[in-house]
Structures are given as structure tokens and as C-alpha cells.
Design a protein around this ligand. Sequence first.
Ligand code: URA
Length: 236
Amino acid sequence: MDKELQQKYLNEIGIVVWQERNFGNLGNLDRPQISPKDSINRKELLNKNHNQHLLDLQEQVKTCKECALHQSRTQTVFGVGNTQSDWFIIGEAPGSEEDVKGEPFVGRAGQLLNSMLLAMGLPRNEIFIANILKCRPPNNRDPKTDEVDACRKYLKRQLELIKPKIILALGRIAAQNLLKSDIPIGKMRGNSYLYPNSNLPVVVTYHPAYLLRSPRKKRKVWGDLKFAMQKYKELT
Ligand code: URA
């Protein structure tokens, strides 16, 4: 992405950049490669199986009654995006708009998230986004432990199938539940961690809904996003 465009998205999320030193490198993330022509048939077949597994999982989630949230949900919110993405973004749980639309991060926080991703050079359709919980907790309360435990297997399977190279965890609930930790999010930021029993790095930042309430934290978040991009570059 060129500097001007990146500047535009950064302005949109309310970040004024004073130092341009690092931009050249950070804007040039390597994207997943498109397959060579001669392997398209094999690749298509593999994609079909891969997507079929995800569709099967989505069906399983749709009918899930493993916790009480199935009684109050309008519908489940499985996740959306590129099912072969290197980037997996994880939020907390659907809110009221997500519950109605069946898609994560479609409200105001979602719009801010989209701008944050664009500033990283990652259009929303190039990454995969899901939540710790696939159903909305009533009145947007925090997820309960039994709800997180019941839903854990779905996220685990999504990660097994999509095989991202990096996870970006949005907010305390996502970070603490993914990493099975009770360290405050402010202390988790600035490092990368491994998703349990894997080599998959997890980078933590504040939730976009929190940023809407505390816009001053945007600069810190931009620092986290740059850190995540750097981490990704080291991996690829
Ligand atoms: N907040 C989240 O954590 N996830 C959503 O899908 C929407 C808002």
C-alpha cells in the first residue's frame, strides 16, 4: 500500500503520524500468493474440501445448544473472511447488530476495525474474523466461563482448518481466554505469545469498542498493529 493511502486510513482512525521512518517497510506486507496456473485444478479440489469442512463446522455451530445462549440468540455468528488467510482476528462475542446480521464486527466497532485493518494494508476480505463466542450474550455482558468452554472447540477447529500464520486478539476477553491467562491486557500488549499447544503467535491489542470510548489509546493500538505486522514479516 502506498504511503498516502496508509496516511488516509490512519487519519480515519484518528492517528496523526509524525515520524515516517518505518513506513516503507511496514506498508509492504507480503500477501499470500495466488496459485500458479498449472496447479489450479488440484488447488481447486483442495479448496473445495477445505471449504466443505468449514461449511460443515458452520452447520454444526448453527444448531449448537451447548450453552444457554442458544435460547436468546437470533442466530449464530460463525465468522467471515478469507478462509485461507494468514491473519485470524479474534474478538469477544457478537453484539446486537452482529446477532441480527450473523456477521462479526458489523457495528461501529467493526467500522473502526475495518479502518485499522486497512491501515495495516489488510482489507477485511483478506483476513478471517471470528469471536471467542459464536452467540450474543444478553445485554452484551461478559461471556461466562461455561459459555467460553462450550464454544472453545469451534474456534479451535476454525484455526485448525484455516491455518493462519498469526492471530490478532482484540481486547481483554479475547486475549485472556485465548491464552488462558488472567494477566491484564495492558501488561500483555507489546509481546507475542503462542496459542496453547501450537506455534501460532498471538498478538494482543485493545478492542475497537474500547477505542471508541477512549480514543487516546489509538496511538498505542497503532503501535500494536505495527508490532503484529513486524512479527508477521519475520514469519514469512
Ligand atoms: N465486538 C466483538 O468483540 N465482536 C463482534 O463481533 C462485535 C463487537
